[in-house]
Write a protein that binds this ligand. Structure first.
Ligand code: 5GP
Ligand code: ZN
Length: 193
């Protein structure tokens, strides 16, 4: 998808309407068209990048500061007790719009502690597997600039953002349903890495 076809670039350029709640030099923030809670806001960097891996190094700190500012505004305006800040990279991670963005989702005491386990079930992993995973992540060389560039290139190739099905308008604010016993059962997965 080119920047010309990008829905978020269209919103940033003012060609596509959106409910803007914040803007600075680095980002705009708009209400999500499918709010998961009142005040669900998308913080969108102005510079087009597909995923976080493609963002300019010098933008990342500024953008994250803006994300924090928007979260503060949204929490206080909605009188929420917390917020999730969610950012997905790649179609497999659930990214639907291939322009990097951060969801700020105010969370309320009366909706119950729905956390990341509601989306991703806890996986059973033995000590040996955890040691192997820790060793693999720790040993990935990212100390000098060329290692970082190489690592980013690989991550960009992996985290391909692909548009999925079109988004439909939905404004149901009801809290998420409780998980069933079966859903709460631990899942055992062979990751084969
Ligand atoms: P993702 O799954 O890519 O992290 O989330 C994309 C989000 O963008 C979804 O929550 C979706 O509702 C929202 N979205 C998609 N198209 C539009 C749009 O045209 N306007 C607004 N305000 N939000 C959109
Ligand atoms: Zn874009």
């Amino acid at each position: 998808m080119t920047e010309n076809q990008c829905i978020f670039c269209g919103i940033i350029a003012g060609k596509i309407p959106a409910k803007k709640v914040y803007e600075d030099s680095y980002v705009i923030a708009i209400l999500d068209i499918n709010p998961r809670n009142p005040g669900h806001t998308l913080v969108i960097p102005k510079d087009h990048a597909g995923t976080i891996f493609e963002m300019k190094n010098e933008d990342i700190g500024n953008v994250f500061q803006s994300v924090r500012n928007v979260a503060v505004k949204a929490i206080n305006a909605m009188k929420a007790q917390g917020a999730n800040i969610v950012q997905s990279n790649g179609a497999v991670a659930g990214q639907m719009v291939p322009h990097v963005h951060f969801h700020v989702i105010p969370r309320f005491a009366n909706e119950g502690p729905v956390s990341i386990e509601a989306v991703l079930q806890v996986k059973k992993m033995n000590e040996e597997m955890l040691d192997k995973i820790a060793e693999k992540i720790e040993s990935a060389e990212l100390e000098n600039p060329s290692d970082i560039e190489k690592g980013i290139e690989e991550a960009v190739e992996r985290a391909v953002p692909e548009p999925k099905k079109p988004v439909k308008e939905k404004t149901d604010f009801s809290p998420a349903k409780k998980k069933s016993k079966k859903e709460e059962e631990l899942e055992e997965i062979d990751f084969n890495f």
